[in-house]
Design a protein around this ligand. Structure first.
Ligand code: DSN
Length: 500
């Protein structure tokens, strides 16, 4: 009997579909060991093709990026940094890591790139400890007249540990759109730092730079941190630089959400954090459209410190993911990608105004970036969680998100966060945004709260009208049929051979 790959090759005529050949060959290897994993991969392709992805932090990376991840590079240990490893035989990993780092530096105009971190959370930890090493450890060692930590007495080392933990961090409050790792109490960042979060203006929902400056002058943080997970506006990093200089802080920016808009030259000048910050962290898989991972960009002054990410925070890097980062950075350094990034922003603006036209209330009244926060409770009387569940039943993925100072709290929430990076990667444009806003409005109008066992409205349950659900699904299908995810891949063939 023919294998799936042989069967596929027999169907091919003059134009060999090499992407499909590679996909089938890979899945065939996987299925030989564990068929259910090949099945799950194909089912995920079907899921992602059949849902409208409005999750602001997700995207679709290229098949080339995926191919760079699926290989023997995963087998290599390479703790350390290029040409300074704790293991032998790292010459190819050195080449991979240096290529990715140089591509990142070129793309962002950065002094130095460190491409090992695996996620946004650990890249922020590496950055924090690089700053602590530069600004607390090094001066302490100098003061004591010793060269290394190993020269300290037990008492001196203990005093240094206390000093590390008494440093101040000032980042955007989690409840106002900041990230967990920016000094939220449940995260290690607020346990290793003395955290003084700043908020957004209660009336406008905007960052108030004068208020941030006033707070920074009182707190005098070691680190002033800008960046967000849920803030729909651009940031003036020149202003943040002024504040940091005035209060004597290191300026760190977490650009995970909008790195693609920086790479794509949507955010330039005062809105380009790489120009103004001492250290910039980012994930590589959001607007940037690379593999799941992260990196740091920094000024020369911090290069030696971030290079010590391992042993400070990280273990072995993921060489296969660094290879994929190199591919994605190269892809992002093109006119095509810049067009993509501008379209992400144009689509977000178009979607925001189409939602407003239908009576939805938007946090800050609109968007400058790739995302918007919609006040669902005041428009439809639903919690964010209910809206998320209702939309999922109709083929749309998005997430509930707390609004600043949200009375519903961080779990149920009054709002949803909606973003355009993934749908723009599919090729959608501003003319499609009206239909998407209409589907959101149609479903949410046709949804009511479910009931608890004793007949009270349940915050997390929904009842979507059956006709509404059927119609909405048809409309989602119609729009997605115009913009097929990875059109090179023949889903029917993959399902027939790998989903049993
Ligand atoms: N999980 C990311 C997001 O959705 O914004 C942040 O880490």
């Amino acid at each position: 009997m023919n294998s799936p790959l042989q069967t596929y090759l027999l169907t091919q005529k003059d134009n060999l579909n090499t992407a499909m050949v590679a996909y089938v060959a890979n899945l065939e290897q996987v299925a030989k060991v564990k068929p259910s994993i090949a099945r799950d991969i194909v089912n995920e392709l079907e899921n992602q093709r059949s849902h409208l992805k409005l999750i602001a932090s997700e995207n679709y990376c290229s098949l080339a990026t995926q191919a760079a991840m699926g290989n023997l590079l995963t087998d290599k240990y390479a703790e350390g940094y290029p040409e300074h490893r704790y293991y032998g035989g790292c010459v190819n990993v050195d080449s991979v890591e240096m290529t990715a780092a140089r591509e990142a530096e070129k793309l962002f105009g950065a002094d130095y790139a460190y491409v090992q971190p695996h996620s946004g959370a650990d890249t922020n930890l590496v950055a924090y400890w690089a700053i602590l090493s530069a600004k607390v450890e090094t001066p302490t060692l100098e003061e004591l007249g010793v060269k290394s930590l190993n020269d300290l007495t037990a008492e001196q080392f203990d005093a240094l540990r206390v000093k590390f933990c008494n440093q101040k961090l000032m980042g955007l409050d989690y409840s106002c759109g900041g990230h967990l790792t920016h000094g939220y109490k449940m995260n290690v960042s607020a346990r290793m730092f003395d955290s003084y979060p700043y908020g957004v203006d209660k009336e406008t929902g905007l960052l108030d730079y004068d208020a941030i400056e006033k707070q920074a002058m009182e707190v005098k943080p070691l680190i002033l941190l800008a960046g967000y997970s849920a803030y729909p506006r651009s940031i003036n990093f020149r202003r943040f630089r002024e504040i940091a200089d005035k209060c004597g802080a290191v300026l760190m920016v977490d650009m995970a959400h909008f790195a693609g808009l920086v790479a794509g030259k949507v955010f330039t000048g005062d809105e380009d954090p790489v120009k103004w910050a001492d250290i910039v962290t980012t994930t590589t898989h959001k607007t940037l459209r690379g593999p799941r991972g992260a990196m740091i960009l920094c000024k020369e002054e911090f290069a030696d410190y971030v290079n010590k990410g391992c042993p400070m925070v990280l273990g072995g890097p993921l060489p296969h993911v660094m290879a994929a980062k190199a591919i994605a950075f190269k892809e992002a350094n093109t006119k095509d990608y810049q067009d993509y990034a501008h379209n992400v922003q144009a689509n977000a603006k178009a979607l925001a105004s189409a939602c407003q036209k239908r009576g939805m209330k938007l946090q800050t009244g609109g968007t400058d970036n790739h995302l918007m926060l919609i006040d669902i409770y005041s428009t439809y009387g639903l919690t964010g969680k209910q809206a998320e569940a209702a939309m999922f039943q109709c083929g749309v993925t998005l997430n509930a998100n707390a609004l600043p100072y949200d009375p519903m709290g961080a779990w149920w929430t009054s709002g949803i966060r909606v973003g355009t990076p993934a749908i723009t990667s599919l090729g959608m444009n501003t003319t499609d945004m009206d239909e998407i806003a209409d589907i959101l409005d149609y479903v949410l109008k046709g949804t009511k709260a479910g009931l608890t066992k004793d007949g009270k409205p349940a915050k997390g349950k929904v009842i979507v009208d059956a006709i509404v659900q059927e119609n909405a699904k048809k409309r989602v299908k119609a729009i997605l049929s115009k913009y097929v995810l990875y059109p090179e891949l023949d889903l029917d063939f993959l399902k027939k051979h790998f989903v049993k």
